[in-house]
Design a protein around this ligand. Structure first.
Ligand code: BES
Ligand code: MN
Ligand code: MN
Length: 486
C-alpha cells in the first residue's frame, strides 16, 4: 500500500489511472465536485452518483471510462446528506468505509477528490482517506497500487494548506502500521525502536526509556509485573517535546501491550486472544499524535509516556492473589491478570503526573472489551474528570472524525468495585454489570487522584482495530483536543 500525497492542484488528479470522487449526494447532484475535470468524468460522475445510494456507511459505484476521458476508471462515493449529533460532519467514517473497499483492489495511480461541504472538514476527510491505505502488508505478491494522490476542494477551490494534513495522514499510517504488526515483529524492544525512529528527525524532542528491573527502582511495580515474564523486558518510553517559549505541559499516556494473552488468567474462552496484537493501539495513537504535534510546531510542551509490556505466561508471571506496589504509593491485589492494561497505565500516568506536573493528562488504551458494548465499534468511550474537558473531547471527536461518547464519571458509584480485604484496592471489578469500562478508567484515575491533574481517559478498544485492521484511531482526536486549548 501507499503513503498518501496531498495535492493543491486539480491537474494532478486529471491523469491518474483510477479517480475516486467523494461528496455528499446533494453536492454530487449539483455538479460542482467535478468542476474543471473532463466532460466524460463529469457526466459519468452524475450517472454513478445515482447508483451509489448512500446509507449509514455511504455508498459507492465504479465504472470503466471511455478512452480519452483521462482516468481509465472512475468511482463515486456518495455520502449521506445528513448525520446525527453523534456523527462527524466530516464523514471521516463513511469515507473510510467505502474507500477501503475500493483501495483493496485498486491498481496503478489512484486519485481521490473530496468535495467538502465545509472547508473545516479537510482534516477529518484527510484522516478518513489516509486510514483507507494501511501500510502493513505481508502478502507475498506486492500490491498493484503504486500511489495515492488526494485533493480536497470546497467552494473556494482546492485546499492549498496541505502541510498539517500531510503530517496527520502520515502519522495515522504510522499508528496503523505498528498496530497491525504481529507480536513476533513488534515486541517491546522493536516498539521502542519504532518510537525512536518516528521522532528522530523532529526538533525539540528528547527520548528516554526505563527498561526492565530499572522500572522497580522508579517504583513502577505495576508495569514491571505485567511484563516481567516476557522474553523482551517491559518499559516506559518517554517522548519529550519542548519547544522554545512553551508555557504549559500536557501529558499523553498510552497502553502499549504488544500482546495480551491474559496472563495466568488466560484468554481461554473461544477466540478472545485473537486480535490482541492490537493491545498497543493506545500507545500507537499517542505516538502518532505526538509526532503530528511536534511536526506541526505545537506551541506547548508535550510528554508522551508509552507503557510497553507483553502480558505473557511464564515462570515469572504475576499471579492472581499477588499484591503489587504501584508508583502512586497504593497497593493493588490482583484478582485478574487479564486486567493488566490499567496497571501499566496507572504507573505511567502516576509517573508523568508527578514528575512533569502537566495541566492535562490524556490517556488512550484498548482497555476493555466492554467498551464495545457501552459505546460501539466506531465510537470510543471517554471518561473526563470535569464537564468542560468532556465537552472538549466530544467536540474534538466530531471535528476530527474520531468519534467518541461520554461514559460515567462518578467515583462515588465506582470506588466500591475495587475494594480489597488485604490491599488498598483490587485491579478488577467485583461486578462486571456496573459500568465496567468507566470503572477501568476510574482505576487509572485513582492513581493520580491526589495530584489534581485533570484527566481524560479514551477507551478505544473498538475503534482502533476493526475487521482485523488497524484504523489509526486516536491521532485525530488527541491532536484536536490539544490544539483546541493551545
Ligand atoms: N486488552 C483487553 C481489552 C480488549 C478486549 C481490547 C477486546 C480489545 C478488544 C484488556 O486487557 C482485557 O483483557 N480486559 C478485560 C477486563 C476484565 C478482566 C475486567 C476484558 O475486557 O474482559
Ligand atoms: Mn487483558
Ligand atoms: Mn489488554
Amino acid at each position: 500500500m501507499s503513503q498518501v500525497q496531498i495535492t493543491a492542484s486539480l491537474q494532478d488528479l486529471a491523469a491518474v489511472e483510477h479517480l475516486v470522487v467523494v461528496a455528499r449526494s446533494a453536492d454530487l447532484a449539483k455538479g460542482w465536485a467535478t468542476e474543471g475535470l473532463s466532460d466524460p468524468v463529469r457526466s459519468w460522475t452524475t450517472r454513478l452518483a445515482e447508483d451509489a445510494r448512500p446509507g449509514r456507511t455511504g455508498g459507492s459505484a465504479t465504472s470503466l471510462l471511455p478512452d480519452g476521458a483521462g482516468p481509465g476508471r472512475l468511482s463515486v462515493i456518495a455520502l449521506d446528506d445528513t448525520v446525527t449529533h453523534h456523527v462527524s460532519d466530516t464523514r471521516c467514517e463513511e469515507i473510510w468505509y467505502q474507500l477501503r473497499g475500493i483501495a483493496s483492489s485498486a491498481k496503478g495511480q489512484l486519485g481521490v477528490l473530496v468535495a467538502l461541504a465545509d472547508a473545516d472538514h479537510a482534516f477529518g476527510a484527510t484522516l478518513g482517506v489516509a486510514r483507507s491505505f494501511p501500510l502493513y502488508n505481508r502478502k507475498s505478491k506486492p500490491s498493484k497500487l503504486t500511489g495515492v494522490t488526494l485533493g480536497l476542494r470546497h467552494s473556494g477551490g482546492l485546499v492549498q494548506d496541505v502541510e498539517a494534513l500531510k503530517a496527520a495522514a502520515d502519522a495515522i499510517q504510522l499508528t496503523q502500521r505498528v498496530v497491525d504488526m504481529p507480536p513476533a515483529e513488534l515486541d517491546t524492544e522493536t516498539f521502542e525502536q519504532e518510537a525512536r525512529d518516528a521522532v528522530a528527525s523532529l526538533a525539540h524532542v528528547r527520548v528516554q526509556s526505563i527498561v526492565g528491573d530499572a522500572l522497580l527502582d522508579e517504583g513502577l511495580g505495576g508495569l514491571h509485573a505485567v511484563g516481567r515474564t516476557a522474553m523482551k523486558a517491559p518499559r516506559l518510553v518517554l517522548l519529550d517535546y519542548q519547544p522554545p517559549g512553551a508555557t504549559d505541559t500536557i501529558a499523553l499516556v498510552g497502553k502499549g501491550l504488544v500482546y495480551d494473552t491474559g496472563g495466568l488468567s488466560l484468554k481461554i474462552v473461544g477466540d478472545r486472544m485473537l486480535t490482541m496484537k492490537c493491545d498497543m493501539g493506545g500507545a500507537g495513537a499517542v505516538l502518532g499524535a505526538f509526532v503530528t504535534l511536534a511536526q506541526t510546531g505545537y506551541p506547548q510542551r508535550v510528554i508522551a509516556a508509552l507503557g510497553m509490556a507483553e502480558n505473557a505466561i511464564g515462570p515469572n508471571s504475576y499471579r492472581p492473589d499477588d499484591v503489587l506496589a504501584m508508583h502512586s504509593g497504593k497497593t493493588v491485589e490482583i484478582n485478574n491478570t487479564d486486567a493488566e492494561g490499567r496497571l501499566a497505565l496507572a504507573d505511567a500516568a502516576s509517573y508523568v503526573a508527578r514528575n512533569y506536573a502537566p495541566s492535562l493528562l490524556v490517556e488512550a488504551a484498548t482497555l476493555t472489551g466492554a467498551q464495545l458494548m457501552a459505546t460501539g465499534k466506531g465510537h470510543a468511550g471517554i471518561v473526563a474528570t470535569n464537564p468542560e474537558l468532556e465537552q472538549a473531547a466530544l467536540n474534538a471527536g466530531l471535528a476530527s472524525g474520531d468519534h467518541c461518547l461520554a461514559m460515567l464519571w462518578s467515583p462515588a458509584h465506582l470506588r466500591a468495585e475495587f475494594k480489597s480485604k488485604v490491599a488498598d484496592m483490587r485491579n478488577s471489578v467485583a461486578d462486571r454489570m456496573n459500568a465496567s469500562s468507566a470503572a477501568a478508567g476510574f482505576f487509572v484515575f485513582s492513581h493520580i487522584e491526589d495530584t489534581g491533574v485533570p484527566f481524560l481517559h479514551i477507551d478505544l478498544a473498538g475503534p482502533s482495530f476493526r475487521d482485523n485492521r488497524a484504523t489509526g484511531y486516536g491521532v485525530g482526536l488527541i491532536t484536536t483536543v490539544l490544539r483546541q486549548r493551545v
